[in-house]
Design a protein around this ligand. Structure first.
Ligand code: PRT
Ligand code: ZN
Length: 283
């Protein structure tokens, strides 16, 4: 039995649950229980506050966990990062009042900076050779300069609208963060096997999300040119159509390449192009 720690509620909860469900796992929510047993996989889910996840995984109370890199770096406990998950993207940034004149990071010399990320900020200041005072605040960090508690803040930013609505401007990015799958440093071999099969499923889900199945019709004369345009995983499938002189071409393409090649496909004579989502993809 493997035990995974995920956030009980908050910004990472929904995407963490969705990822596990897309891996085909069946389990109950975090409504009342702290632990949920997965019905069809050798896994137990522990619902926790995100700040507790690195310690639980470090100590082996949970074998694996899903947590933001920001929380992981701040906790600074030994864990292994198994997989970058592509959600919960944000950055930990320094921000100052918008009217302040900023030239470079030396601005922070002798200043007071409010944050919930003391360790990460302390390391960054050390690296830059800046002496500043860190004011520990656990929530609503963005109001600190307005109430005279600090000169600037170090906090998570995604859209930037919280900074703007508090009269602040982002001046330095200290780290970029997203959700990662971490594991305990002393994972037993039988648990490692379960983790590998979970990672296999996560890879299939992620591949499917980044790829699309494409079907198009083309005159047989245009077939070779169209195949050259298509960057498929392998050779595309070519099927004859009922109408003579025409064929149907099927392949898988990366979603972000699609818009680049669509015009070229049309110019080469492709018609009736269909782009279909893929449920799972194993290569
Ligand atoms: O209760 P628990 O301790 O589990 O949750 P929490 O309240 O500490 O964390 P939560 O749920 O807010 O965030 C969980 C994780 O989501 C974080 O650790 C990050 O890894 C990730 N994440 C991604 C974010 C953001 N984006 C984000 N924008 N976490 C917080 N924010 C906050 C930020 O602190 C600021 O207040 O959103 C505000 C800024 O957002 P914008 O869009 O206005 O820039
Ligand atoms: Zn938290």
């Amino acid at each position: 039995m493997l035990r995974i720690a995920i956030q009980k509620s908050g910004r990472l909860n929904e995407d963490s649950v969705l990822l596990l469900k897309e891996c085909g796992l069946k389990f109950g929510g975090a409504d009342r229980k702290l632990i949920a047993k997965v019905e069809n996989f050798d896994l137990e889910i522990l619902y926790l506050r995100d700040d507790d996840i690195p310690r639980y995984v470090h100590e082996g109370v949970a074998d694996i966990g899903i947590v933001g890199e920001n929380v992981l770096f701040e906790a600074n406990l030994a864990t292994n990062t198994e997989k970058i998950l592509g959600f919960g993207k944000c950055r930990l940034s320094l921000a100052i009042p918008k009217e302040a004149i900023y030239t470079d990071f030396k601005w922070f010399s002798g200043k007071r900076i409010a944050t919930s990320y003391r360790n990460v900020l302390h390391n960054w200041l050390n690296e830059k050779g800046i002496e500043a005072r860190i004011e520990d605040i656990s929530g609503s960090v963005e109001i600190a300069p307005g109430i005279g508690l600090a000169d600037g803040i170090c906090d998570l930013v995604s859209s930037g609208s919280t900074l703007i609505s508090n009269g602040l401007k982002e001046v330095e990015v200290i780290l970029k963060s997203e959700a990662v799958l971490i594991s305990s440093p002393n994972l037993l071999p039988e648990k490692r096997d379960i983790l590998e099969s979970l990672i296999f499923r996560i890879n299939a889900v992620q591949k499917a999300q980044n790829n699309k199945y494409i079907l198009l019709n083309a005159p047989i004369d245009a077939k070779d040119e169209i195949i050259k345009i298509l960057p498929g995983i392998k050779s595309p499938t070519v099927l004859p159509l009922a109408e003579s002189g025409w064929c149907s071409i099927h392949t898988v393409i990366e979603e972000d390449k699609f818009w680049e090649i669509i015009e070229k496909l049309k110019k080469a004579g492709a018609q009736g192009i269909l782009v279909v989502p893929i449920e799972k993809m194993i290569v």
